[in-house]
Design a protein around this ligand. Structure first.
Ligand code: ADP
Length: 341
């Protein structure tokens, strides 16, 4: 038996022909901020709703702090789970002011006024208790939704795509704020997102879900640098996937030779090289022709086709003058990582 705070085992859920969740195990330690990351339709929301008690699983157990919420003969209703849920659209009551929205979540017997003020301060909205939801920005509404969730003193907070309704300029700021609020309270939290950058920048642990299954979990840097499979590598960011061969502990591939991890079997290998781990040079390297250029302002992505037909994407400085059609050298600047199928 796991000693994890949130422990879900063997969760399955099917809708007609669709296997939304296909046998998922999740363990979350107390106080952790976790991202459940995957493309749209991979089953994230279904899993979150099962944990919250809004959906019955076809199979599997859910335990929170050792208490069975879903089991063979047990089903605890959502309001008795001590789980708070923050929805994508915040779901504030439009005809209640901010203070009443927050007080709505509070257990009886609590000094309402004082606690509302504390929560307003926590989420950085001191003095705005009298505002109506429509008088707040998207980011402020998000913070009221958080305060209302925390008012109920949940053991676990689940957030479903919490930042997707914010415009990009505000999103980065609100993400950092929400992270800080959750960490200040030490609450265990799981948020669902399809946005890799969001998962990597906000969470302490990222759980990657593809096609109803969990394929990898770990700290953001580990997931990004050492993806377990090709699917994870490609979903997590720009990835050059090359074919290689390991022989006597040495990997040979389009960019030359590199040391292979000692654990890797001899023979054919899928090799991941991130665009930021390649560099362009006019002096040596593997020769190729520049076939594409995407300018992003802070940097640019250059596409180079090597002589053997391999197409590489290379992140270059914004100021580098790279002409389409030019012949150029490519060198490996960081690591090449062998990943599974
Ligand atoms: P995600 O949150 O990763 O986008 P969902 O959990 O919402 O994925 O959906 C997983 C799969 O289950 C999708 O194929 C979706 O169409 C299907 N699905 C989700 N909810 C229902 C439902 N209530 N009825 C039928 N199919 C559903």
């Amino acid at each position: 038996m796991s000693d994890a705070f949130l422990h879900a085992r063997g969760i399955e859920k099917r809708y007609g022909q669709t296997q939304a969740v296909a046998g998922v195990d999740v363990d979350v330690a107390q106080g952790r901020l976790v991202a459940l990351l995957g493309p749209s339709g991979c089953g994230k929301t279904t899993l979150l709703r099962i944990i919250a008690g809004f959906e019955y699983p076809d199979a599997g157990d859910v335990l929170l702090d050792g208490r069975v919420l879903n089991g063979k003969t047990t089903f605890v209703v959502p309001e008795k789970r001590h789980i708070g849920m923050v929805f994508q659209d915040y779901a504030l009551f439009p005809h209640f002011d901010v203070a009443r929205n927050i007080a709505f979540g509070m257990p009886s017997g609590v000094n309402g006024r004082k606690r509302v003020d504390e929560l307003l301060e926590l989420v950085g909205l001191t003095g705005l208790g009298g505002r109506m939801p429509h008088e707040l920005s998207g980011g402020q509404q998000q913070r009221v939704a958080l305060a209302r969730t925390f008012a109920a003193e949940p053991a676990l907070v689940l957030l479903d795509e919490p930042f997707s309704n914010l415009d990009p300029a505000l999103r980065t700021k609100v993400r950092a704020e929400v992270r800080q609020i959750i960490q200040a309270l030490g609450t265990t939290a799981v948020f669902v997102t399809h946005d890799q950058e969001e998962a990597l920048s906000v969470a302490e642990t990222v759980i990657v879900m593809l096609e109803g299954r969990i394929v990898q979990s770990g700290p953001p840097a580990e997931i990004y640098r050492r993806p377990a499979t090709r699917g994870v590598a490609e979903f997590l960011g720009d990835a050059n996937m090359l074919e290689g061969h390991v022989r006597d502990g040495e990997l040979s591939f389009a960019l030359g030779l590199a040391a292979a991890a000692s654990t890797h079997a001899e023979g054919h290998a899928h090799v991941l090289v991130r665009p930021e781990n390649l560099a362009l040079t006019s002096d040596g390297g593997v020769q190729g022709v520049v076939v594409g250029r995407e300018y992003y302002g802070h940097d640019q992505m250059i596409s180079v086709r090597l002589g053997d037909g391999t197409l590489l994407r290379i992140r270059a400085h914004a100021g580098d003058d790279v002409a389409l059609g030019a012949t150029i050298g490519v060198v490996l600047r960081g690591s090449a990582v062998i990943v599974g199928e």
